[in-house]
Write a protein that binds this ligand. Structure first.
Ligand code: PLP
Length: 397
């Protein structure tokens, strides 16, 4: 096929691929327990759905400004002030079609060919691919579970080279659930500001933190940080609105204006109806959050306890998001059919085929000794799936 060279450099999202395979098996009648989900298993609250239905009835169904409606930008400004202590003007906000789109746009607007972006690993699968699509070069900076999968300011300083243009910070993080403290972020931002590199701060999981951890925006930790940060957020995870496709970016005015221009020639405005729904999500006091937080916290405790009791599995307790990221190197060293398992992909395939449990191999996140398990599924599913997984792991030696 004669598609462009840049498409050869990127891979399809492995998280979506496993999810699709599990869904396909399920549709074919196989009893699959799916731990691959990247979205809350809660319904979008009624007050949000009602706002969308009201928008349709009122005829709010036409083009809006390409960079998003004034009303939603205002709601985002208020939210950033109220919850994150950040003062942005409307010109510093652009509404996008989901946070993934925000990230794609940022790299398109920021990177020249060969510009480097530092990506702490384990990373969300889309980051390196979005950098490559924009002609940039992902520079992976490994972290380990010994340091809760965090980079430090000192390590970062050593990695910054003349071609470094940006750094990605994702806190709370996917797939590790890592949450940076305010002090850690301040130290990192001091380096970024001093070295004049921009930070893409992906804050999509901000409301999902546990053990008293509080999310802090990278843009808020130093007075100068705001000039060097592109804050990415949205309504997908906090309001269980993954299908509505509303994300947003806050940052320096000239960069935001360029993103608006890019959008004017690509997607045009995010869906008008979804924007009305997002205004309701951000401005009305009713919330699905306390219920989600309580359920996720209970499941997190359960999953971590069960995994640590499995042979060859070591699982840290994550502080945020809705994933656990167990180290399975003890299992990978074992054999199946006389052959060492070796890779997270082979283990994930074994679990899907034998235990009928779908997990995501760590490989796609830049960490092949791990699996990602999402606990955005019912307690009954977690119990059943983990039981099956334990039995399957006991069978390898
Ligand atoms: C770290 C991270 N950032 C961004 C996104 C994308 O969110 P959205 O659905 O708003 O595009 C996801 C979704 O899985 C994610 O895990």
């Amino acid at each position: 096929m004669q598609t462009a060279r840049r498409m050869k450099r990127i891979a399809p999202s492995p998280t979506l691929a496993i999810d699709a395979k599990a869904k396909q098996l399920k549709a074919g009648g196989v009893d699959i327990i799916n731990f691959g989900a990247g979205e809350p298993d809660f319904d979008t609250p009624d007050y949000i759905k009602n706002a969308a239905m009201e928008a349709i009835r009122a005829g709010y169904t036409k083009y809006t400004p390409a960079s998003g409606s004034q009303e939603l930008k205002e709601a985002v400004c208020d939210k950033l002030k109220r919850e994150n202590g950040l003062d942005y003007s409307m010109k510093q906000i652009v509404i996008n079609c989901g946070a993934k789109h925000s990230i794609y746009n940022i790299f398109q607007v920021m990177l020249n060919p060969g510009d480097e972006v530092i990506i702490p690993a384990p990373y969300w699968v889309t980051y390196p691919e979005a950098v490559k699509l924009a002609g940039g070069r992902p520079v992976v900076m490994k972290t380990t579970d010994k340091n809760e999968f965090k980079i430090t300011a000192a390590n970062l300083r050593r990695r910054i080279k003349p071609k470094t243009k940006m750094l990605i910070i994702n806190s709370p993080g996917n797939p590790t659930g890592t949450v940076y403290s305010e002090t850690e972020l301040r130290d990192i931002m001091k380096v970024a500001v001093a070295k004049k590199i921009f930070v893409l701060s992906d804050e999509i999981y901000e409301h999902l933190t546990y053990d008293g951890m509080r999310h802090v925006s990278a843009a808020a930790v130093l007075p100068e940080a705001k000039d060097w940060t592109l804050v990415v957020n949205g309504v997908s995870k906090s309001f269980s609105m993954t299908g509505w496709r509303i994300g947003y970016t806050a940052g320096p005015e000239d960069i935001i204006a360029d993103i608006g221009t890019l959008q004017s020639h690509s997607t045009s405005n995010p869906a008008s109806i979804s924007m009305k729904a997002a205004v309701a999500a951000l401005t009305q006091p009713a919330s699905v959050l306390p219920e989600m937080q309580r359920a996720f916290n209970e499941r997190r405790e359960y999953v971590v306890g069960r995994l640590n009791a499995m042979p060859g599995v070591v699982c840290q307790k994550p502080r945020g998001a809705f994933y656990v990221f167990p180290n399975v190197s003890g299992v990978l060293a074992k054999s199946l059919d006389g052959k060492v398992i070796g890779t997270s992909m082979r283990l994930a395939e074994y679990l899907l085929d034998t235990a009928r449990v779908a997990v995501v191999p760590g490989d796609g996140f830049g960490a092949d000794d791990y699996l990602r398990i999402s606990y955005a599924t019912s307690m009954a599913n977690l119990q059943k799936g983990l039981e099956r997984m334990e039995q399957a792991l006991q069978a390898v030696n």
